[in-house]
Design a protein around this ligand. Structure first.
Ligand SMILES: [Zn+2]
Length: 229
């Protein structure tokens, strides 16, 4: 009896850990889609690839080529000042059928530390810059560095923007190597939002990793979808 109880202990520990994890996941899933919280999943069982920090004259075209080759529609969160600097590139993203979102005018960090006036200026200016470049105002917003706060979410909602977070983050901006980016993005599943970057540094690893990951996720029956605004 005693031996049985002892041997059951690791199992029970594992079970309680599993219950705890499932509980946390259930709580996260129960979050409503409201302007007071960023969304980090998409409906309909698809997977959403998101691309931040562009447009970049070198890496955005390379990324667009990979997406076109695999016929993937993604969501690009543009930095307003870069869209103003490279309007033709910003337009090319939209004309290729990708969703375009607002990623602030200048990408200041920590974003949540900015006061309401600065937040309004950053988000409002980027709306204008991106609208001017691509011909329509974004409906999606992602805070630089994922710097969310109640005020950030409020200002985004004031601009009619849906706040979009992420589920899977390979930290590709740190240039961790193609195998690492591939490994992390391969964890993507139904409803997940994947985070990648096409600006802010050398993005050759991101481009190479996506070329491998896209067919891999597709072979598991996943469908790539843009984030809906
Ligand atoms: Zn960013």
């Amino acid at each position: 009896m005693k031996a049985e109880a002892t041997s059951a202990l690791p199992y029970l520990r594992a079970r309680s850990l599993e219950c705890l994890l499932l509980g946390v996941r259930a709580l996260r899933r129960r979050r409503p889609r409201a302007s007071t919280r960023p969304i980090f999943t998409v409906d309909g069982g698809g997977v959403a690839l998101t691309v931040d920090d562009g447009p970049d004259p070198r890496w955005t075209p390379a990324l667009l080529d990979v997406l076109a080759r695999h016929q993937v529609t993604a969501t690009f969160f543009l930095i307003g000042a870069r869209a103003a600097e490279h309007p033709r590139l910003a337009r090319r993203i939209a004309e290729a059928g990708h969703a375009v979102g607002n990623h602030s005018a200048h990408h200041p960090q920590p974003f949540a530390a900015l006061d309401r006036v600065r937040l309004r200026a950053e988000i409002g200016r980027a709306q204008e810059q991106i609208a001017e470049a691509v011909g329509r105002a974004p409906r999606l917003f992602r805070a630089p560095g994922g710097g969310w706060s109640r005020t950030v979410l409020g200002v985004a909602a004031d601009h009619g923007l849906t706040a979009v977070d992420w589920t899977v983050n390979p930290s590709d901006w740190k240039e961790p190597g193609v195998p690492h980016i591939v490994r992390v993005l391969s964890r993507g599943g139904p409803g997940h939002v994947l985070l990648t970057h096409d600006g802010g540094g050398d993005r050759s690893q991101t481009v190479a990793a996506l070329d491998v990951v896209i067919p891999r996720l597709r072979s598991r029956g996943l469908r790539f979808v843009p984030v809906e605004g």
